[in-house]
Design a binder for this molecule. Structure first.
Ligand SMILES: Nc1ncnc2c1ncn2[C@@H]1O[C@H](COP(=O)(O)OP(=O)(O)O)[C@@H](O)[C@H]1O
Ligand SMILES: CC(=O)OP(=O)(O)O
Ligand SMILES: [Mg+2]
Length: 397
């Protein structure tokens, strides 16, 4: 039975799954966390086997080695995984990668070269791709891009209003990210509503460590909150989201150079910068304990989400569904309630008991009277990467 090994290398983690694409069945999965820190961790599950271990993982190459060891320790050495294709999530594909792409040396080098436009992500993708190609030399590797789903955005949505010649010379434009998630979530939301995705206008709120909103018009992205890099838009775990570019000029003139600004905006801002932790659970607990910094952080976080929700309701000319997904969106009922508070005028009304129900799985949390359906739909980037990778290599040529 041919399987797809999916590698989702994040900024500080590698999530992976082994999937039987014909049965759409997950055979094994795992996550390696806190790569580059002293206290790394691996969790692996295949069949009834569960492995959990603490270990220091220097980089994504070492992370991939830990993954192969976990499979071997669970009685499945690499040559018994029946891997027919390896699918890789790649956050930034720029203007050149518009669809899933077979990885050769040139493609791998281009993914590395796009690192400046996704500094937290593409370097790790490249390391994982190099390690995986060495471990699985005989099978095709497919890169699936977060940016591809947003290629349908109109020019007016992806253009920044700066001097055109300068923008062209430096490739300055919006791309949008989390496209794999926005695509699979909007399709699964349509399935839950029992309607074809091509009939629905949806606002998808992907609220994880990285976070973005997407206006999905009949299955196509028409606008999204992330821009040229995954830094624009919402307040995130460690990223600022929107900020007046004038503030950056001010900081730069005060002597903070580009690398320091990069580090500030990508790694020391967002919830971490405002409240001391990038984990929503910590910030919420601190706010409940009365910590004013945590309370302010949550207010800024919620206000920014509502700002984009309002904008995209207008862009879509109304919506059929508002969909929450990713770590925060799937698990934090309080946050969902705040985002949807007092939106009755817009036809959005949450049912508090449905919202508070800790069930997992895709579910409707709006009241029966709500004109707009409000949904929680778990994201499954790995399943979508497996689907797209398998489709590419199994398509008749
Ligand atoms: N049970 C939970 N309750 C509230 N928040 C949660 C829960 N589980 C995860 N989160 C939040 O989800 C975020 C991570 O989301 P995730 O989608 O896994 O991010 P990423 O894929 O970008 O690493 C963290 O901020 C964490 O606080
Ligand atoms: C694009 C992006 O921000 O991804 P993640 O949420 O996995 O960090
Ligand atoms: Mg993520």
């Amino acid at each position: 039975m041919p399987n797809v090994l999916v590698i989702n290398a994040g900024s500080s983690s590698i999530k992976y799954q082994l999937i039987d694409p014909l049965a759409e069945h997950r055979l094994a999965s795992g996550v390696i966390e806190r790569i580059g820190e002293d206290r790394g961790a691996l969790r692996h599950r295949s069949g009834d086997d569960e492995i959990e271990r603490a270990l220091r993982i220097a980089d994504h190459r070492a992370g991939f080695a830990a993954l192969t060891e976990a499979f071997a320790d669970a009685g499945l050495p690499l040559d018994r995984l029946d891997v027919a294709v390896v699918g890789h999530r790649v956050v930034q594909g720029g203007s050149e990668f518009l669809a899933p792409t077979l990885v050769d040396d040139t493609v791998a080098a281009r993914i590395a070269a796009l690192s400046e436009l996704a500094p937290l992500h593409n370097p790790g993708h490249h390391q994982a791709i190099v390690a995986a190609r060495a471990a699985f030399p005989g099978v095709p590797h497919v890169a699936v891009f977060d940016t591809a789903f947003h290629q349908s955005m109109p020019e007016s949505a992806y253009t920044y209003a700066i001097d055109t010649a300068t923008a062209r010379a430096h490739g300055v434009r919006r791309y949008g990210f989390h496209g794999i998630s926005h695509e699979v979530v909007s399709r699964r939301a349509a399935r839950l509503l029992g309607r074809p995705v091509r009939e629905l206008r949806q606002v998808v709120l992907h609220l994880g460590n990285g976070a973005s909103v997407c206006a999905v018009d009949r299955g196509r992205s028409i606008d999204t909150s992330m821009g040229m890099t995954p830094l624009e838009g919402l307040v995130m775990g460690t990223r600022s989201g929107d900020i007046d570019p004038g503030a950056l000029l001010h900081l730069s003139r005060a002597g903070i150079d580009a690398d320091a600004l990069d580090e500030l905006l990508n790694k020391r801002s967002g919830l971490l910068g405002l409240a001391g932790s990038n984990d929503m659970r910590d910030v919420r607990a601190a706010a409940l304990g009365g910590d004013p910094a945590a309370r302010l952080a949550l207010s800024v976080y919620v206000r920014r989400i509502r700002h984009y929700l309002g904008a995209y309701l207008l862009e879509l000319g109304g919506a059929d569904a508002v969909v929450f997904t990713a770590g925060v969106g799937e698990n934090n009922a309080w946050l969902r309630g705040e985002v949807c508070a007092e939106l009755g005028w817009f036809g959005i009304e949450i049912d508090p008991s449905r919202n508070d129900d800790p069930a997992d799985g895709a579910r409707i949390i709006s009241s029966d009277d709500s004109r707009v359906a409000v949904l929680v739909v778990p994201t499954d980037e790995e399943a979508e990467i497996a689907r797209q990778s398998w489709a590419l290599v199994s398509a008749p040529r």
